[in-house]
Design a protein around this ligand. Structure first.
Ligand code: OOG
Ligand code: NI
Length: 464
């Protein structure tokens, strides 16, 4: 019997999850259709240039999902399920700090980490874990009730976890087991028909709608899925034309004439979904919850620490100007700031060490003469080509914005209390596996390509 490799499992899981979510949230299907149309148009208009940040095959299949769990134990189990798909925890995001309203979670993203794996299918899942121990949100009594509630639920059946461990160990599964694994894995993220305990949900909702979505129900579900689009401004226009209500802004860098960097995201507003509710007297009524939505994103080149510091600085600058000129559209302010301070070409980003690139020998490089030993000269003289490394991760401020824009209320937080500190090391301990540093991954990819170029050209010194 044939076997299914990890990347095939990952691609199949992403595709089935997408089908499932499209049945549950039909507007998501519209979003996927419009994204595909925009991508086809961009490809037609820009040709090969449209594929600079990933082949059209990769981009068309590309999705990220978002899920939310309650405890380290649940997060460990999630890590086993995604480990089966060749996805590893990358990056630490503290949304408690990034959000103005109450978003009591810390997060990581599970994703493939090797270039070839990313090229095959880059499916990633932004995964958040509730922080009941943070006294800014939960008092001692509510914390205990919440932890007890979470301890008593089982999100993932043991059969799923056993199959996941086998896939991770053997890096593949026999066809039958693969089918069973995919079935159970997708089912674990479906919306449960089980009635929601109305009083309990509302208790948590007063603190934070996110806390209620996570800790107010006995199962988990996919919160949103996100296709990738090559022109997010055009996508936004077309969705609005179709009468779908989008959130107010596109998060992240502004629309501008320079290179695409990092990540731009927007979403349609969470829709009211019918959910059965159990009232305190035990009767079941028809209710509705508004938590799930569809998001879309455009990805650009990954920035180095230095580039990221510049990005964060410009964000601060835009904030400041926007508060001074409240009537001016934020997008216009941001564009002006970027045009002034952000280098307007990939080449400048590379020379200033602001972004990551894969360097390759040009097929048409000069055959005679000695190659210069300096990277900029090699690029300028046409020996070597620099291809942007696409940003595979997330942005805390945009993530917080996406969370917030889809919350019904602000919730409550007591900023006089000291928050519980969490960091990547803590999260690694909680998951039981290393949370990788995204900058390390990009640096390694760039360095590997430089070593290869130096080798190909017979250079003795290192390129950097
Ligand atoms: C996750 C929000 C973050 C993104 O794309 O930045 C996110 C959530 O709502 O659970 O998905
Ligand atoms: Ni998202």
């Amino acid at each position: 019997m044939s076997t299914i490799s990890q990347w095939q499992l990952r691609a199949a899981f992403a595709a089935r999850l997408s089908q499932m979510y499209g049945r549950e949230v039909p507007a998501y299907t519209t979003l996927v259709d419009v994204s595909r149309e925009v991508n086809e148009d961009v490809l037609r208009a820009r040709g090969a240039d449209a594929e600079r940040l990933g082949s059209i095959g990769r981009v068309t299949a590309e999705r990220h999902g978002a899920i939310r769990v309650g405890t380290p134990r649940e997060l460990q189990q999630v890590a086993r399920v995604f480990g089966a798909l060749g996805m590893h925890p990358v990056g630490f995001y503290d949304l408690r700090e990034a959000a103005a309203s109450a978003v009591p979670v810390v997060s990581t993203a599970f994703r493939p980490i090797d270039d070839e794996e990313l090229a095959r299918n880059p499916f990633r899942v932004f995964t958040s874990m509730l922080t009941p121990a943070d006294p800014r949100f939960f008092d001692a009594d509510l914390r205990t009730r919440l932890e007890n509630f979470l301890a008593g639920r089982e999100l993932f059946p043991s059969e799923l976890l056993t199959l996941a461990d086998r896939a991770a160990a053997e890096r593949e599964l026999p066809e039958d087991e693969a089918e069973r694994f995919l079935h159970l894995a997708v089912r674990a993220f479906e919306l449960s028909p089980e009635p929601v305990d109305k009083a309990w949900y509302e208790t948590l909702e007063r603190i934070s709608a996110v806390a209620a979505d996570i800790g107010g129900v006995r199962s988990t579900h996919i919160n949103h899925l996100t296709p990738r689009v090559l022109d997010i401004d055009e996508l936004y226009r077309r969705m609005t034309e179709r009468g779908i209500e989008m959130i107010d802004t596109i998060q992240g860098p502004p629309a501008w004439k320079g290179p695409d960097v990092l990540l731009r995201q927007t979403s349609f507003r969470a829709l009211a979904e019918p959910r059965a509710m159990r009232t305190p007297d035990g009767s079941i009524i028809r209710g509705a919850l508004r938590v799930r939505f569809g998001e879309v994103e455009a990805r650009g080149v990954a920035l180095t620490h230095k580039g990221r510091a510049l990005y964060d600085e410009l964000l601060g600058c835009v904030d400041e100007q926007a508060s001074e000129h409240p009537s001016e559209p934020r997008g216009d302010i941001a564009r002006a700031v970027w045009e002034r301070y952000m280098p307007g070409s990939e080449r400048e980003l590379a020379i200033e060490g602001l972004a990551y690139f894969t360097y390759r020998l040009s097929p048409d490089h000069p055959r005679d003469g000695n190659p210069p030993a300096d990277l900029d000269d090699l690029v300028r003289e046409g020996w070597v080509r620099a291809e942007p490394i696409v940003y595979e991760d997330f942005l805390p401020r945009s993530a917080a914005g996406i969370f917030q824009s889809n919350l019904s209320g602000e919730g409550t937080r007591d900023n006089d209390r000291q928050g519980t500190a969490y960091d990547a090391a803590w999260l690694s301990g909680a998951i039981g596996r290393d949370v990788l540093d995204p900058f390390d991954l990009y640096t390694r990819q760039q360095d590997r390509s430089l070593a290869q170029v130096a080798h190909d050209l017979g250079l003795t010194g290192a390129l950097h």
